[in-house]
Design a protein around this ligand. Sequence first.
Ligand SMILES: Cc1cc2nc3c(=O)[nH]c(=O)nc-3n(C[C@H](O)[C@H](O)[C@H](O)COP(=O)(O)OP(=O)(O)OC[C@H]3O[C@@H](n4cnc5c(N)ncnc54)[C@H](O)[C@@H]3O)c2cc1C
Length: 454
Amino acid sequence: MPIPQPAPTPFADKSFWLSSAPYTPNAPLAGDLTVDVAVLGGGYTGLATAYFLKKAEPSLRVALLESEVIGFGASGRNGGFSMTLFGLTLSVTASLFGKEKARQAHHYMEQAVELVETLVREHQLECDYERPGFLRVATAPLYVKRIHEEVELAQRLGLEGIEWIDAETTRREVNSPLYLGAWREPRCGLVNPAKLAWEFKRLILSLGVQVFEHTPGTAIERRAGGLLIHTPQGTVTAGKLALATNAYSHLIPMLRRKQVPAFTHIVLTEPLRPEHFAEMGWRARQGIEDARNLVHYYRLTRDNRLLMGGRDVSLTVGGDMDRDENPDTFAKLEADVRQLFPVLRDIRFTHRWGGPVSVPLQMIPALGYLGDERVAYSLGCMGHGVSLTHLNGWTLADLLLEKKSERTQAFFVNRRVIPWPPEPLRLLASLGILGYMHAEDAVYDRGMHVPDGA
Ligand SMILES: Cc1cc2nc3c(=O)[nH]c(=O)nc-3n(C[C@H](O)[C@H](O)[C@H](O)COP(=O)(O)OP(=O)(O)OC[C@H]3O[C@@H](n4cnc5c(N)ncnc54)[C@H](O)[C@@H]3O)c2cc1C
């Protein structure tokens, strides 16, 4: 069955990151190729899968096909937080799947954060990596209660390194009049996401992986001897196939109902000046999120711009993947930056963009075999996949090599995924869930103390 394909898109204006370094894509596939494993999708998942396949079996012939350019999807557009959050929140995971599975998921994420740092250091991936830690800030009294409960749950589960800090301590770290306390966790790195993806491409090329860009998989056929993947100018015959297409997975007939895409949006300021930091503090440069259902996430870039994303998401219908721009969300995010940090009231915003995250109905990642052991997939990283996808790549490699490991035993691997309903019910269900999240956020936000003039 054919996979619908949009025309190739210029990539540099898709995010600040994708324009932050020169990049030359590899040539498309032209002709017919035979490999042991084909990987579809050139984001972190596909790149990491190819890497771990070659690490495990250097003689394996591996080809990676990317529709556009490496990092074109979420991997080149995200906030760059390499963090431990799995699914929506720790307590939602615990209430849906039980405390033991929530603990297991958190440990998987801890390993994922360490893995990214190890790979960056070991292979000297030039991606502006830093590890400033993380704050989940309470911006209204009900969020104080919510975060307190989350921290208590983390501690009851024996998760290490997570603590509650009060308003005064929080504001000593980062000074916003809205802060009433925070979850503090040292295990969080920040990256330039596109540079990380492109450096990872350099790494896998050095291991002998063949990378083809502007090469969409347009159809997949299962045959007796393996898989036949069609592309516009050639075919790939592969013994095995990894589908690393995350938020684009509904376009692949075999994965159609396992996830839906939702677009999250980001605004970016001009570089902040010393007088701003004199007021805001933020000397340790932590990555910050709040505790709304539709979180705000914000951080500093290497050149001290403030990046803020989140607050709302844009939904799509059917195969539409054209929701990068949302002027209403951009305007609200800009107002939110000024409200959080009144010293930035005159700051200029230089970049605005968006990108797709993958949302399964149960809001946790899903990976596993598809049909038989020849095809493995990964999707559903929600808005928190920078670290997760790297470890998922290792898990996918294990699955394709038919190796049992601690990773392949994780509860969300090879788990039955509850399908989204077909359109128009899919859109109605998405609107219902989003409406509920907004309504609850509005209730929680109500107690927010907004200082005069902010
Ligand atoms: C705006 C934004 C902010 C985010 N912020 C954070 C954050 O701060 N921290 C965090 O942890 N996570 C964040 N995320 C989520 C994170 O970026 C993703 O979970 C992660 O990058 C997913 O990686 P991936 O490789 O699975 O998917 P992607 O990076 O989306 O890669 C999938 C690739 O598959 C390609 N493709 C699709 N169909 C085909 C086909 N038929 N043939 C060939 N190729 C195909 C696409 O072009 C795409 O490049 C954010 C996401 C967005 C959009």
